[in-house]
Design a binder for this molecule. Structure first.
Ligand code: FES
Length: 199
């Protein structure tokens, strides 16, 4: 009886051990697969970038790189806000009101790539160019001109500078991008095509 019991125990032990090893093997093999199926937080957040804007003073301009694209950040001062507000949107080639361009009147966030052939326009804090006595952006490649809302005023650019999704976080941080822009093919394509994005 004792012998039989021992034999049963040994058999049970071998069965349990084999099952356990199998389970561990399957589990180990499954880990990379599960990881592959569930993108990490880093990947999900890859399209999102936080920028500290607490030190940006009125009239200051900054360029940050987001998804390999220059993004213009401009803390608009009173003159910038007023001069752009005087422009009649209906006279623009790509009509847009100030409210359609910014979430906060004092802050512009847009892609810093000229919509003509892709040069990076220069920030002109005093006047855009001779004959354009207001602050804005000047594209030296072919003379494209934009106001401080990134709206196309003159020259060959067909459209305004493109907008990106963003939000202000507690007044000190700017979050550029959204999780939906985090690496899914459709969104990469959209970004590469520099689409108009609703803010
Ligand atoms: S690329 Fe800017 S005006 Fe041509």
């Amino acid at each position: 009886m004792e012998k039989k019991g021992k034999e049963v125990s040994r058999r049970d032990f071998l069965t349990v051990t084999t099952s356990a090893v199998g389970a561990v093997g399957i589990g180990a093999a499954a880990i990379p697969f599960i990881k592959f199926m569930s993108p990490s937080k880093d990947i999900i957040r890859a399209g999102v970038m936080d920028v500290d804007i607490s030190g940006l003073k009125e009239g200051e301009f900054k360029i940050v790189m987001w998804r390999k694209q220059p993004v213009f950040l401009l803390k608009r001062d009173k003159r910038m806000i007023e001069t752009a507000a005087r422009i009649d949107p209906s006279k623009l080639k790509d009509p847009a009101s100030p409210e359609e361009r910014v979430k906060r009147p004092d802050f512009l966030v847009c892609i810093g790539i000229c919509t003509h052939l892709g040069c990076i326009p220069h920030f002109q804090p005093e006047k855009i160019a001779p004959g354009f006595d207001l602050p804005g952006f000047y594209c030296p490649c072919h003379g494209g001109k934009y106001d401080t809302l990134g709206r196309r005023l003159d020259g060959p650019p067909p459209e305004n500078l493109h907008l990106v999704p963003y939000e202000f976080i507690d007044g000190k941080k700017l979050r550029i991008g959204t999780p939906e822009f985090a690496g899914f093919t459709e969104n990469i394509r959209k970004i590469q095509d520099l689409p108009k994005v609703k803010v």
